[in-house]
Design a protein around this ligand. Structure first.
Ligand code: ANZ
Ligand code: ZN
Length: 844
């Protein structure tokens, strides 16, 4: 039989599969559907190992699903807008499009070379007008529903990328893309109102058992639901005691601590604070604090260990529950964009307030105590605020009992306590407070001051304000003649921005911001369902057939960003009546990272990148695919291992030989009679069934490494069979069955190898992917049990039941264990094993 020639086989089958359009989606409604999707790549160059791993996992799932009778949708595309293309264009005085297209071409060549079973006719490239047109269309629908709006507020500006960032794109205080520390700038920007869906996005996580818990937890934390109350304080006149009619409202989760308020804090960005200090002795300090704070990220500002900085405003507010004045401060640990942007300072219950009070000599009044606190006895019935300073080491953030708290003294205090309920009820009765649920999630800032993105389809008219581009004028096409290297920008491109107002016809200016590329990736999986539709983004029938995605595979770095935005976008589409599903992705698999041989992440700067071509060229794509899937379970990180690659290649060759050898003794016409097999054949049949069941089950759980191990066991058993049993005594039906099933089970993993053997060795004429997945019989997987006599010095001392397939070693071990009492204190001289009959132990 022929030697295994990976390169020849692989090129041959890739061509045939392509010519025969083997991976074209059936669109056969009589079959159940399965939508298998890998997160589409950003085309920054050729594919790397991380991509190869991602797509190999998806491909194995898609191929296996096809054999199990599903109508499979398995598409690919490119997230083609974005900054790297623009930066490359600036550097080389070329067009961002040219760079992007040449990278996409290269990536597709590598995908084909890897043998991925994509329906390439459905490819979506987000930089193409027939795709981004519908992104603009969505924007306008959201604008019409009040879900897209423009607002001026302090935003994160990345000085390196020269654009603003969404909150989600500031990761640990740094730009997600380049790692620079963003600055705060006051700018007029465009937002999508994801906060309207905050509760739904939170609740929906409970309906996603197929998602990793850690991803769900990250989303929960990001959405950050807090139950609390808003409380209205009156600003006092300059005398510090007379209430004015101006209200400052705080958000608190601890209304129970209201009697302990010793100051109020506004953030340095506060307009009110700026107004109050204007022209006073506090103004200079206030301005200094504001400038210093602008350089600090909001994550850092909230850090409990960070030193807090504040300035007094010279003014007071009046506590609604007891009429006491409290000084109004400005401090950097309070954020403008959370809650109401104002905090009631309760040093005894909050560590940040405690630190602040200590630093600036403010009151620390104990209004909550635990029973073992010496203060408790003294204050437990105290209703007035008598003690206003304590020598505590820190705040008491745990639950306790309210003291010095008027009629509420004695109630339990703490988060969600009866103290909170009672005080909120009082505030509601008196019209100075109300229950409030607060989310950390902010609206999604989508405008970017960059060229290579989807233009925001809005026009600004001095007369009519912001006016959407009429639907029949979409898409707003991105000009392709800018010389970015010479400093051209969209904002300065007259031909682009000069236009007329769609409402009044006067000269007007197009918005020159583009949309965050995460808008493009928020719905590409919907477009795949109906990629050539030119009258709507997708038809409802198409998305209702295919959605939700059954298996979504991608990196953990998208746990919040892409996965949260997509869940939002799907709901927007649902509320526009465009789709039935709310959740886009039923099962999510976050694949682990591929690190270098020393466990370091691969990166160009470290020079330790192993390109897929370095494996494909010497060994072939099948060896690459098998190595990736065999080294570790999909969700685990692994260190690249050349030895493992060589090992994978040896296995492929060995399995190749075994299949050919089996086929030489095989008879496709013969029927297998499991009961009539001789013991050696019976054992091979047993291993096939046992391992076939295991392999199928492992596939269902996405555990490809153990699925491969199961196939290896079959190869081992078959190889033993062809060595031990002379060709004329092999069972022809069994040989056929084992060869066939092995080829089928390995075909999702090493497709070219399988397809070649299916045709050349098994003599079949259709693709192995049209073959149903083999079925196995648990009965035949069971090993026969035989009873064996155990003798000690020729006398029967025990009978043991063992699997008929037990080896000599296993028999001896089982026998020794059964007669352990008789052997105690004796020395075993000799053991005679007669398989299937007896074990005789000679001991003295
Ligand atoms: C008084 C108080 C007393 C508080 C106490 C806590 C303990 P979560 O759970 O994260 O929602 N806060 C409110 N708005 C803020 C802002 N813009 N910047 C910084 N801090 C802010 O946190 C809610 C608590 O965070 C609120 O409850 C408030 O402090 C603070 F013993 O109010 B608390
Ligand atoms: Zn107008």
């Amino acid at each position: 039989f022929p030697a295994y020639d990976a390169q020849a086989i692989e090129t041959k089958w890739q061509q045939i599969w392509e010519d025969e359009k083997l991976y074209k989606t059936d669109e056969d409604p009589s079959k159940p559907k399965k939508y298998v999707l890998e997160m589409f790549p950003y085309p920054s160059g050729d594919l790397h190992m991380g991509h190869a791993r991602n797509y190999t996992i998806g491909d194995a799932m898609a191929r296996q699903a096809r054999m199990r009778g599903y109508d499979v949708l398995h598409p690919i595309g490119f997230d083609a807008f974005g900054l790297p293309a623009e930066n490359a264009a600036i550097k080389h005085h070329t067009q961002a499009a040219a760079w992007t297209y040449s990278n996409m071409d290269q990536a597709v060549r590598t995908m084909r070379r890897m043998g991925f079973s994509y329906d390439y006719d459905r490819m979506v490239k987000t930089c193409e007008p027939d795709y981004y047109r519908w992104g603009q269309w969505f924007f306008i629908k959201m604008w019409e529903k009040g879900l897209a709006y423009r607002a001026t507020s302090p935003v994160n500006w990345c000085p390196t990328c020269k654009t603003v960032l969404a909150n989600e794109q500031v990761v640990d205080g740094r730009c997600w893309r380049c790692g620079s520390i963003p600055e705060k700038r006051e700018l007029s920007q465009w937002y999508l109102k994801i906060t309207d869906y905050a509760q739904e996005l939170l609740d929906g996580l409970d309906d996603l058992p197929g998602w990793p818990d850690r991803v769900k937890q990250m989303q929960r934390n990001w959405i950050g639901r807090s139950e609390g109350a808003e409380i209205d304080f009156k600003l006092a006149a300059e005398d510090g005691v007379t209430p004015t009619d101006r209200t400052i409202t705080v958000f608190t989760t601890r209304a129970d601590t209201l009697f302990g308020v010793s100051f109020m804090v506004l953030p340095p960005e506060s307009k009110l604070a700026e107004e109050l200090v204007a022209g006073t002795q506090y103004e200079a300090d206030f301005r200094r604090l504001r400038e210093a704070t602008a350089k600090v990220s909001s994550v850092e500002r909230q850090g409990t260990n960070r030193e807090k900085h504040g300035v007094f405003t010279g003014r007071y507010v009046i506590n609604p529950i007891n009429g006491r004045p409290a000084p109004l401060w400005v401090a950097d640990y309070v954020l403008m964009d959370y809650g109401t942007g104002a905090v009631m300072g309760v040093p005894c219950g909050d560590q940040r307030d405690f630190d602040f009070a200590r630093k600036y000599g403010l009151e620390i009044a104990p209004i909550i105590c635990q029973k073992d606190d010496p203060l408790y006895e003294d204050l437990k019935d105290e209703r007035e605020l008598r003690v206003t300073s304590v020598d505590w080491d820190g705040a008491m953030e745990a639950e306790g009992y309210l003291v010095q708290s008027g009629q509420f003294t004695g109630l339990r205090g703490g988060k969600h306590s009866e103290g909170v309920d009672a005080i909120v009820a009082w505030l509601e009765d008196h019209g100075v407070g109300r229950r409030k649920v607060q989310y950390r999630l902010r609206d999604w800032l989508i405008s970017r001051q960059r060229y290579w993105g989807n233009p925001i389809p809005m026009i600004h008219c001095d007369h009519c304000g912001d006016v959407p581009v009429p639907e029949d004028q979409l898409p707003v096409v991105l000009p392709d003649n800018l010389d970015l290297g010479a400093g051209d920008t969209l904002a300065e491109c007259k031909e682009f921005y000069e236009t007329t107002c769609p409402k009044c016809g006067r000269p007007a200016r197009r918005i020159t911001d583009t949309m965050d590329t995460f808008t493009c990736s928020s719905w590409y999986y919907l477009r795949y369902c109906d990629p050539h539709n030119d009258s709507e983004p997708f038809s409802k029938a198409a998305v209702d057939r295919w959605m939700p995605v059954d298996n979504y595979i991608g990196g953990i770095e998208h746990a919040i960003l892409h996965l949260l935005y997509s869940r939002f976008w799907t709901r927007v589409a649902r509320d526009l009546g465009m789709i039935d599903a709310s959740e886009p992705f039923t099962n999510l698999l976050c694949q682990g990272m591929v690190k270098d041989q020393n466990g370091d992440t691969m990166s160009k700067s470290k020079g330790n990148v192993v390109p897929p071509s370095s494996v494909i060229e010497p060994y072939g794509a099948d060896t690459m695919r098998l190595s990736i899937l065999f080294i570790a379970p999909p969700e685990k990180d692994f260190d690249w291992d050349e030895e493992a690659v060589a090992g994978a290649n040896r296995f492929i060759k060995r399995a190749w030989r075994v299949v050919w050898q089996l086929c030489q003794s095989a008879d496709p016409e013969a029927t297998l009679n499991p009961a009539g097999l001789d013991p050696v054949s019976k054992e091979l049949n047993r291993v096939l069934n046992e391992m076939g069941i295991k392999c199928t089950d492992d596939f269902d759980r996405g555990q490809f490494n153990t699925a491969i191990s199961a196939c290896m066991e079959i190869v081992n058993a078959a190889s033993k069979y062809v060595i031990e049993v002379p060709a004329e005594r092999r069972d022809p039906a069994l040989c056929q069955r084992v060869a066939h099933d092995l080829v089928c089970m390995l075909s999702p993993i090493i497709p070219h190898w399988s397809e070649e053997l299916f045709h050349a060795a098994l003599g079949r004429e259709t693709s192995v992917y049209n073959e149903p997945w083999p079925e196995f019989d648990p009965e035949q997987a069971k090993s026969d049990v035989v009873e064996i006599a155990v003798q000690v010095k020729g006398k029967v001392r025990a009978h043991i039941a063992v699997p008929a397939s037990s080896s000599r070693e296993e028999l001896e071990a089982a026998a020794r264990a059964a007669v352990a009492p008789q052997l105690e204190g004796k020395e075993v001289k000799k053991v005679i094993v007669v398989p299937g009959r007896l074990v005789n132990i000679v001991a003295v």
